[in-house]
Structure formats: structure tokens, C-alpha cells
Design a protein around this ligand. Structure first.
Ligand SMILES: Nc1ncnc2c1ncn2[C@@H]1O[C@H](COP(=O)(O)OP(=O)(O)OP(=O)(O)O)[C@@H](O)[C@H]1O
Length: 249
């Protein structure tokens, strides 16, 4: 099995506050890894480490055997939050085409191939009918699906998703589940979510993070085992924002 992402003894602090401590984690190319854990436990920070947006204080991150910066075009990223400037009303299609930057000769403009890839990504994310709309005119759930399409437009080998279902209604949640299931046939996925039901249906492995990677299960996951994983790190690592497992679900 080929390794897509490897973290070796990674630690990271914001100022003097230790956020990630001695993290060892391997993502294989066939994995669909769910990352759960309490608020502020470091999940988004961990994804930013994988992307090379933050540098570890110690330890090493490798993506397909290279630095995250060198391998970034192989990663598709759906951030937890994204803002769009109403004074600069970029369209859905142009937002999705941004996923081609780094893959295309952008100075020469987008090629026919780029346009086809972007259209396919919009079709997969079920937003093709919105392509001419400005981003500022979309609902939260629609924006989230545009960000997923943008991540797909870079034809990633690994998709990193940070709370992608937060604004998605049950109907689109079901479509989204089917989409991820389908994508997992060709790419590895890392999914950060508090949506225990969604995680337990989707993932093949689950890791639980609260500063340290407390649990790293390789056995089959269901919602009960994930709830148990939430409870374990909260009781093991004191956390200012989440002292009780019930608050995390
Ligand atoms: N830019 C920053 N500067 C300083 N501290 C930060 C910064 N970004 C995040 N933090 C802090 O780092 C900690 C981990 O944040 P992170 O966003 O990784 O947690 P998370 O597990 O994704 O949380 P949530 O489940 O609430 O989204 C939090 O205490 C947060 O306040």
C-alpha cells in the first residue's frame, strides 16, 4: 500500500500554546480517514500542517515522499470557513476554475481541458446550474459545494475536508455522502467532522485528536465507537473549551 501523507513526531504551537504534540499519522492512498475530537483540539491545524500552510516546530510532514509545498498540487482542500468580497463578485465558475491554478499555464488563460475539468467538478458537486451566479449570492450550503468542486478541479490524489457538512441540508447531505463514496474509489480522503453519524457511514479509519492523537483506530467504525473515542481524549487531556464529552457532540 502506498503512503500518501506521513506525519512523524510532529509538534506545533501557536505562540507558546502547544496545539499538536508528537503526532504520528500515516494516510495510505486507499484510506478514508475521519478525524474527530473536541472543539479546539487541533483538527484544522493538523490539516494545515498536511498542506504546508503551517510548519511544524519539530518533526516532519511528507506528502507522497516530498514536502507538502512540493506536493501541494496533489492535494484538494475544502476549508472550514471561506469569505468572499461583495465588492469583487467572483462567479461560481471562476471560483471552481481557481482549482486549476498550479495545474495549468495560468498566464495563457484556462485551456479547453481546464474548462472541461471544472465543468465535471461542478457536475459532481451538483452545482452546474449555479455556475453563473456570484459567490456572494449563494447560501452557506451552496458555497460549501462550490468549494468542494474547486478542490475536485485540481484533480487531487488526496482530498482534505474540514467540516464539509456543516451547512448541508439532509437531501444534499445524502448526495454528498454518495459523492464522497464515489470519489474514494479513486482518491484518499481525510474528513474532519463533528457529524458522528456521517463519519461513521463514510470512513474506513478514524483518528481522535485533542492535542495528542489519542486514538487511532483501524478497526471498523460505528457511531457508538466514535462517541467512545470523543469521550476518551476529553477525559485524558484537560481542555479549556470542552470539559465534558457531551459538549463535543
Ligand atoms: N491563527 C491562530 N493563532 C492563534 N491560535 C490559533 C490560531 N488558529 C487556531 N488557534 C488555536 O489553536 C487551537 C486549535 O484550533 P483548531 O482550529 O485547529 O481546532 P479544531 O479542532 O479544528 O476546532 P473546531 O472543532 O472548533 O473547529 C484552538 O485553541 C485555537 O484557538
Amino acid at each position: 500500500m502506498a503512503t500518501a501523507i506521513a506525519l512523524d513526531n510532529v509538534s506545533f504551537s501557536y505562540d507558546d500554546r502547544l496545539i499538536l504534540e508528537n503526532i504520528d499519522l500515516t494516510l495510505d492512498t486507499s484510506d478514508f480517514l475521519g478525524i474527530v475530537g473536541p472543539n479546539g483540539g487541533g483538527k484544522s491545524t493538523l490539516l494545515k500542517m498536511m498542506l504546508g500552510l503551517l510548519q511544524p516546530d519539530s518533526g516532519q510532514v511528507r506528502v507522497f515522499g516530498r514536502t507538502p509545498e512540493q506536493a501541494r498540487t496533489r492535494l484538494g482542500y475544502v476549508p472550514q470557513f471561506a469569505t468572499f468580497d461583495s465588492a469583487f463578485p467572483i462567479s461560481v465558475k471562476d471560483t471552481v476554475l481557481q482549482g486549476r491554478l498550479g495545474k495549468t499555464r495560468a498566464l495563457l488563460g484556462y485551456s479547453r481541458h481546464d474548462l472541461e475539468i471544472a465543468e465535471q467538478a461542478m457536475r459532481e458537486a451538483d452545482i452546474l446550474d449555479l455556475r453563473k451566479h456570484p459567490m456572494t449570492a449563494l447560501s452557506g450550503g451552496q458555497r460549501q459545494r462550490v468549494l468542494i468542486a474547486r478542490a475536485l478541479a485540481c484533480e487531487p490524489d488526496v482530498l482534505l475536508l474540514d467540516e464539509p457538512t456543516a451547512n448541508i441540508d439532509p437531501h444534499h447531505g445524502e448526495n454528498f455522502f454518495d459523492l464522497l463514496h464515489h470519489l474514494h474509489e479513486r482518491i484518499a480522503i481525510v474528513l474532519v467532522s463533528h457529524d458522528v453519524g456521517f463519519i461513521s457511514r463514510c470512513v474506513t479509519r478514524v483518528a481522535c485528536l485533542n492535542r495528542t492523537l489519542v486514538c487511532h483506530s483501524t478497526s471498523p467504525v460505528d457511531s457508538e465507537s466514535i462517541k467512545h473515542l470523543y469521550a476518551t481524549p476529553v477525559s485524558m487531556v484537560h481542555h479549556d473549551t470542552c470539559l465534558d464529552a457531551k459538549d463535543c457532540l
